[in-house]
Design a protein around this ligand. Sequence first.
Ligand SMILES: *Cc1c(COP(=O)(O)O)cnc(C)c1O
Length: 476
Amino acid sequence: MQKSSNDPQSLRTRVPSVDKLLRLESVAPIMETYGRHLTTEAVRTLIKEVRAALQDEGESALECFSEGALAPVLETRLFKQTAPSLKRVFNLTGTVLHTNLGRAPLPQEAIDAMVNVAGGASNLEYDLEDGKRGDRDSHLEGLLQEITGAEAATVVNNNAAAVLLVLNTLANRKEVPVSRGELIEIGGAFRVPDIMKRAGAKLVEVGTTNRTHYDDYADAVSSKTGALMKVHTSNYMVQGFTKEVSGRELSRLSREKDLPLIEDLGSGTLTDLTAYGLPHEPTAQETLANGIDVVTFSGDKLLGGPQAGLIVGRKDLIAAIKKNPIKRATRLDKVTIAALSAVLELYRDPDRLAERVPAIRLLAKQEAEIRQIAKRIEEPLRAVLGTAFGVTIVPCLSQIGSGSLPVERLKSASISIEPLGKSKGKALNMLASAFRSLPMPVIGRIQDNTLMLDVRCLDDVDGFLGQLNGLDGRQT
Ligand SMILES: *Cc1c(COP(=O)(O)O)cnc(C)c1O
């Protein structure tokens, strides 16, 4: 008798109906949180799974339907299912402006500005004085003129778009001489020759990889030339027997031949980074002062703002650029404009930049301060990881990232976590994976059989410590 009540056939009759489960009191709050549709789907799926499991698991498969068990099962599943794919993580990789981790963290002022315009109507393209149609660039152009000294400015979705737009406007079906030493590739398939082609311009390579002279450019100029271009080799360095033609020298040729001179600055900054103990990186101001007609650079690299491509320079050229349909196709949305204008606003007060722009603050952070952070998390980590891992503080070098200042390294401190038992590789991968599975995933760097957590960018120490319990039990 006992046996027959436990055979799959009769067990199946004990599987409750969808309706019955949805009417359970414990399911009501779940319905409230996730809605009828998703909750019903989750219950259906669970019933299906239980039916399939009856054969192998017998009566125990039905346990999840008990009043106490059902709600937690549904809650876990629905929480996971509805969690946003894009989430905050702790960037402990040691690369500050990590492209894969979203580059620059935004200043609070920028976040507030985004929130402020996000939820309602704004004067994005509306002139409040005249009551007429306005220009979305107007919210940024004045600031960019003031900060960079440019005659005019416009902004698009990112620097790659800026380069594409500028080249297409000024050199469509024309030739553009570029030094062979500056034919860069940066991550994510941005290559100067490819962008040039897509922009409709014909790249004319001049000079050699290590040496390019003024006459190389001069000889390449003809009636077919549309513009001259320099590219800041932001992610590599040519060292040794080298010669490059400066923007200032090249501007002489551009005046003589009446050709616009473009420079892609890449990371581009608006402030002298040496003030923060960082190496010098050409500013947009300096570049314009050297006689470059149009300068492009990123918003989310050293500038410390949102993803954007900034274009500053000569008024007539910017006007032509703004008329190009590619500008329309790559324009910024209101939320980004709000963020970028808030960030640019901060550049009007250079004395407080390091306090207020997180990208600069993180890059300027001193080793001693970083060690203090490491010390705060060392013991708690040791406690939670137990005897299976050795936890120590080690000096290390952070990178700036995003191809900015490629050779430079910043003195920093890491927590080094080393597996002590057998099969170290496996333990290490499991640990790294456990860190990545935390509610706010922790991304470190595996190096020489240790997991390195460079704490330069660890601002929220309490948040980090508060979720460490989640590592428990994963190691065993
Ligand atoms: C980063 C970079 C780009 C691309 O800029 P995005 O803002 O990532 O589109 C283009 N040129 C140079 C030299 C760069 O360093």
